[in-house]
Design a protein around this ligand. Structure first.
Ligand code: GLA
Length: 387
C-alpha cells in the first residue's frame, strides 16, 4: 500500500467523516552546504520521492487530533488549550504536527482555525538524516493552510515548519529542510540564500548524465534536539561574535587567517568549515552550470573532509561509507544532513550502483558495523495537495 492509502485507511479508523483532502510533502537530501543554513549562508538541497502524507477530515468541535501509522495512539488537543500544551511539552512525536498547528495559527492571524482529524503516513526513512520531520511539517502545514484558509505562501509555510521544529520540538535547526521540502522540483536542486530566503532552481542533469544518488543509511541514530547540533551552533555564534559580524555568512576565505589569530583552535575549525562550505556551495552551482554534474565530485569530497576534520560531525560509519563508495567508482560522496549518524550520499554512475552498495555492505560487515540500508533517490517535486 502507498502512504496515501495508509493515511486514508488510518483516517477511516478515526472518524466516519469523509476526508476533505490529502496533502503531502517530501523528505530531502542535501547535495552540499551543511550547517550553513543557521549561519545565514548557502545550501543546495533537493526534495526526494519519499513523502509524508496527511489525510484530513473536519470535526464538529475545536479539537485537533493527530494520528500516525508510526504511533500507538492518536493525540488530541482542544484549540483553546494548544498554547498551553505546546508550552508544557512532552508531546513526543505529536509535537511536530501540533507544533505546526500552533505556529501556523500565530503566523496567520486571519486564518479560521477549526477542529480537524489528521492521519499521517510516511515512506520517508526515519532517523536517516533525510528530514522525515520536515516532511511531516510540510504535509500538515499545507493541509492546515488550506483547511483553515490561512493563505500563507510556501516560504511562510517553511517558516511555520521551522518554528514548530525550534519551539515546539526543541531542535535548534535552520530552515533548509523545510524550504527544500516546500520548493522541490524534479531533477533540480534548490539553491537557497538562508539570509534572504531567496531561492532558485538549479538543474542537476543527473539523469541525462547517467548518474544516480545512492543513499547509504548507516542506521546510526541521531537527534538534533540534543547535544552536538546545538553545540556546533553555539560555536558558530561565538566565532561570529569574535569576528564582529552578524553571522558567519559575512566572512569569506580571506578572513580565515585573522580568525585563526583571534580564536581557539576548535572554534576556528568550526568557522573554517562554515566559510569554506559556503564557498563550495557557490562553486557547486557554478560548476554544474559550466561543466555538468560529473565535475562536482571533488567539491562533495572536500565537503565531507571538512565535516569530518573541522566541524567534527561525522562518525566512523559515515567515513567508511564515503571512502568505500569512492573506491567503488563514485564521482563524489559525502555525509548529508546534520551529522552524528544518519546517511551518506554518493553521486555515481547508474551501472555502478549495485556493486558500490555491495562493496559498502561488505566493508561494514568487515568493520563490525551494523548492516547499512542502501537505496537510490531522485530529485523530486515539493509539497503539494494530492487530492
Ligand atoms: C539538520 C537541520 C538543518 C541543517 C542541517 C545541517 O538537517 O534541520 O536545518 O542545519 O541539519 O546542514
Amino acid at each position: 500500500m502507498s502512504a496515501v492509502d495508509d493515511a486514508c485507511a488510518l483516517l477511516a479508523t478515526l472518524t466516519d467523516a469523509e476526508a476533505v483532502g490529502v496533502w503531502s510533502a517530501p523528505g530531502r537530501v542535501n547535495l552540499i552546504g551543511e550547517h550553513t543554513d543557521y549561519n545565514e549562508g548557502f545550501v543546495l538541497p533537493f526534495a526526494i520521492e519519499h513523502r509524508t502524507v496527511a489525510a484530513v477530515a473536519l470535526r464538529d468541535d475545536d479539537v485537533v487530533r493527530v494520528a500516525s501509522t508510526f504511533a500507538q495512539a492518536p493525540v488530541e488537543v482542544d484549540l483553546a488549550d494548544l498554547d498551553a500544551a505546546i508550552a508544557r511539552g512532552g508531546l513526543d512525536w505529536a509535537a511536530y504536527p501540533l507544533g505546526v498547528a500552533w505556529a501556523l495559527r500565530s503566523a496567520a492571524p486571519d486564518a479560521s482555525p477549526r477542529g480537524v482529524d489528521i492521519a499521517l503516513a510516511s515512506d520517508v526513512p526515519v532517523g536517516a538524516g533525510l528530514s522525515s520531520s520536515a516532511a511531516i511539517e510540510g504535509a500538515v502545514a499545507g493541509a492546515l493552510n488550506d483547511v483553515w484558509a490561512a493563505g500563507l505562501d510556501r516560504v511562510a509555510l517553511a517558516r511555520v515548519g521551522r518554528t514548530a521544529e525550534n519551539d515546539a520540538v526543541g531542535a535548534p535547526t535552520g530552515i533548509m529542510d523545510q524550504m527544500a521540502s516546500m520548493l522541490g522540483e524534479a531533477d533540480a536542486a534548490t539553491f537557497l540564500d538562508c539570509r534572504t530566503l531567496e531561492a532558485h532552481e538549479v538543474d542537476l542533469g543527473f539523469t541525462a548524465a547517467g548518474l544516480r544518488i545512492l543513499v547509504i543509511d548507516t542506521l546510526v541514530a541521531h537527534a538534533h534536539s540534543s547535544g552536538g547540533y546545538a553545540e556546533r551552533r553555539a560555536s558558530c555564534e561565538e566565532g561570529a561574535r569574535i569576528m564582529g559580524v552578524a553571522a558567519l555568512r559575512d566572512l569569506d576565505v580571506a578572513d580565515l587567517p585573522r580568525a585563526q589569530e583571534l580564536m581557539d583552535d576548535v572554534t576556528f575549525r568550526r568557522v573554517r568549515h562554515i566559510v569554506t562550505e559556503n564557498q563550495r556551495v557557490l562553486d557547486t552551482v557554478a560548476t554544474l552550470a559550466a561543466e555538468g554534474p560529473r565535475a562536482i565530485g571533488g567539491l562533495l569530497v572536500a565537503s565531507h573532509a571538512s565535516m569530518r576534520d573541522d566541524f567534527e560531525i561525522s562518525v566512523p560509519e559515515l567515513d567508511l561509507a564515503v571512502d568505500t563508495a569512492l573506491a567503488a567508482g563514485a564521482v563524489g560522496a559525502r555525509m548529508t544532513g546534520g551529522g552524528f549518524g544518519g546517511a551518506a550520499i554518493a553521486l555515481i554512475d547508474a551501472e555502478l550502483v549495485e556493486s558500490a552498495a555491495s562493496a559498502v555492505s561488505a566493508a561494514f560487515a568487515e568493520a563490525g558495523f551494523r548492516a547499512p540500508r542502501t537505496f537510490t533517490v531522485a530529485p523530486s517535486r515539493g509539497a503539494a495537495r494530492d487530492a
